[in-house]
Design a protein around this ligand. Structure first.
Ligand code: ZN
Length: 433
């Protein structure tokens, strides 16, 4: 397929073309010119003199967009680099990702934004957007220079990994962010209620003898942040929502017209607290895996639009980090390579949502939350695509992992649905899946 790498003008034909905004998957062909979508026809093969890439009946969707990735570079290159993280992204069907600010140094200065942007240009396999920190050193005290972060290329603001406990600091941040039109992404967990916690608080945590984090810790945090979003008029984006109570709060806020959006991770939608019975350190995440009732509420919220999109919270940790007592293991799991197959297997194939809904939650929805290009199947958009076989059965093996870390609880899992190829601005990326 090498010949497709540099074709500037060609058709992709014989595809089932997924249009997330129209909510449809139909037989069609797409014309690509200079990295953009130049036209779409709803027929299997166009009459043309141009080169034709035969999609062979696969689903052609806009490339996935992840608005919650930890790339770990700079500072933690033993866990992940921009090169390895974006390789994992492409293998998972992603063409754009938004990386978080908890690197070392923290992304609280324009020089770090510029560093990541340059490293992404040099070594990245897909488009990388950068989140700037809300507070200096993620310490929750003094807000950073949002204007300078934005001017150097940051597109959103977040202290992800930490909650901003000081309400006055968050209020000032939201005021400033609103003026600049930047979304503030909030990691909603009250740090006092979650201190030393290992998992969700409840019957299972008691039985396992692990300290729990009650769902109230998320709900309290979301409630305050929504209040401040209402007060300031800023766009608040709730990261990795995990509780039924949190969903209720977002639903009410949206009804009131407050500018709040929310994401959910594949793991919070598909894995529950009882799985911690194995003490698998790769299941330790913040916020923790919740109850079956929470999962039902999260799925319902995906269907009724309370939750806007899926985001991975891809959080690499190397094996040495995780090979310690459960209490000392750092939270986080990989997500980029398994997001689509896991959700296709667990949600689409079980009838919770349709394939086109999953595609929308991973493309046009995150694009509109962050104001990114791409994610849409229409003329004039970026020719970023993922080719999907929604029915292929395969096993996720450790040697398939493109990250530098292997902290996935899904190694050995049988999936239905597989990413078969990726186009980035009309260029077919080789050796993807
Ligand atoms: Zn977080």
């Amino acid at each position: 397929m090498t010949s497709w790498k540099d074709k500037r003008e060609f058709w992709i034909s014989g595809a089932k073309v997924a249009d997330p905004e129209a909510g449809k998957i139909r037989a069609g062909s797409v014309l690509i010119q200079k990295g953009m979508i130049a036209g779409i026809v709803w027929q299997k093969s166009p009459e043309t003199e141009l080169p034709v890439f035969d999609a062979g009946g696969l689903v052609l969707a806009p490339g996935f967009i992840d608005i919650h990735t930890h790339l770990r570079e700079p500072g933690f290159e033993d866990k992940e680099t921009i090169e390895s993280g974006t390789a994992a992204a492409v293998a998972g069907g992603y063409t754009s990702i938004l990386c978080m600010a908890n690197t070392d140094p923290v992304v609280d200065d324009p020089s770090v934004v510029e560093y990541i942007t340059r490293r992404a240009e040099e070594s990245g396999h897909c488009r990388v957007y950068v989140t700037g920190a809300v507070t200096k050193g993620l310490e929750g005290r003094e807000i950073t220079e949002f204007f300078h972060l934005k001017r150097s290329g940051a597109v959103a603001l977040s202290d992800d990994g930490k909650y901003i406990s000081d309400s006055k600091v968050l209020r000032a941040a939201l005021e400033y962010a609103r003026v600049l039109g930047m979304p503030v992404i909030s990691h909603c967990e009250d740090p006092y209620l979650t201190a030393d916690s290992q998992m969700n608080e409840g019957f299972v945590s008691t039985r396992l003898g692990l300290k729990g984090a009650h769902s109230a810790s998320e709900e309290i945090a979301i409630a305050r942040d929504i209040k401040l979003a209402e007060l300031t008029g800023a766009h608040l984006h709730i990261a990795h929502i995990s509780t039924a109570g949190g969903v209720d709060l977002v639903k009410k806020a949206k009804k009131k017209g407050i500018a709040v959006t929310a994401e959910v991770t594949p793991h919070h939608l598909t894995l529950d607290e009882t799985m911690l019975e194995t003490y698998d350190r790769n299941l330790k995440v913040n916020p923790p895996l919740r109850s079956a009732a929470d999962i039902s509420a999260l799925k319902a919220a995906l269907r009724d639009g309370t939750i806007d999109c899926v985001a991975t919270d891809h959080a690499p940790h190397n094996e040495i980090d995780k090979q310690v007592e459960f209490n000392f293991a750092p939270p986080g799991m990989l997500g980029l390579q398994t997001a689509f197959p896991q959700l296709n297997t667990e949600l689409v194939k079980n009838g919770d949502i349709e394939l086109i809904d999953l595609i929308r939650l991973m493309t046009s929805s995150p694009a509109s939350i962050m104001g990114f290009p791409g994610g849409r199947m229409k003329q004039g958009e970026l020719a970023d695509f993922v080719l999907i076989d929604p029915d292929e059965e395969w096993v996720f093996e450790k040697q398939m992992i493109r990250s530098r870390s292997y902290n996935s609880p899904l190694i050995g899992k049988k999936f239905k649905g597989r990413v078969k190829g990726v186009f980035l601005e009309g260029k077919y990326l080789e050796d993807v899946s």
